[in-house]
Design a protein around this ligand. Sequence first.
Ligand code: PLP
Length: 233
Amino acid sequence: MRHEEQEAGGVSLDKNTLTRYEAIRERVAKAAQIAGRDPASIKLIAVTKTFEAEAIQPVLMAGHTRYGENRVQEALRKWQPLRKRHEGVELHLIGPLQSNKAAEAVALFDVIHSIDRTKIAAALAGEIEKQGKTPKLLVQVNTGREPQKAGIAPEEAEEFVALCRNQHNLDVNGLMCIPPFHEDPVPHFNKLAELREQCGLDELSMGMSGDFEQAIFYGATIVRIGSAIFGAR
Ligand SMILES: *Cc1c(COP(=O)(O)O)cnc(C)c1O
C-alpha cells in the first residue's frame, strides 16, 4: 500500500514537470505572437541547476534539447552521463566563469553566456584554439550595476565586445543580463536591447521564470527558465 502510494507520487511528480514545461512552451509562443515575432526565433533554455537527472527526465523525454547550468562542476557531473543517453543536448553555461575552469567549460558547453572581463576572454580564446571547439559566446552586462553580480558595466560593453572580437578573435554572438531581483526588469531589457544594436549582435539572453514574457516583448532571443518548469529550488 505504502509502496503504491510512493509510486503514484513519483508518477504524478513527472506529470507535473511535463505539464509545466508544456505550459511554458505555450506561454513563450503566445508572448512571441503578441510581440509580432516568430515563436521559432525564441530559444527556451530549461535551467536545471540544483535538479538531478530524475527531475530533468520528463523534459528530456519530451525531446527538449536546450539546458542551462550555472556551475561547471555540477554540470560536468550531471550532464556527462545524461548526454550519453540523450542525443543532441545543447548545454548553456549561464553562471559566472573562473578562468581556471575555462578548459572544462569549453569542453562541456555549447553556449557560454557569462564573458565579462579580459582575463576570461583571454582564457576562453586560448582553450577554444587548443580544443578546436566553437562554442557560441555571449557577454554578460551588469545592467543594474550590482556590486555582487557578474557582468561588464553597460557603458563599457561596446568596447569590451570589440576587444573580445579584435584582440582575442572571439566570435561574440550576443548579450546577457540578469536584472536586479527587486526592480522592474523592463528598463534593463530595454538597455540590453539598445546595447545589442550598438554592438551589432544577434542574441539577447534575458528573461527568467518571473519575467520571460516581458523579455520576449522587448526582444529576447533566449529565455532561461528554471523554477517555472522544475519547481522551487
Ligand atoms: C537560476 C537562473 C535562471 C533561472 O531562474 P528561474 O527564476 O528559476 O527561472 C536564469 N538565469 C540565470 C543566470 C540563473 O542563474
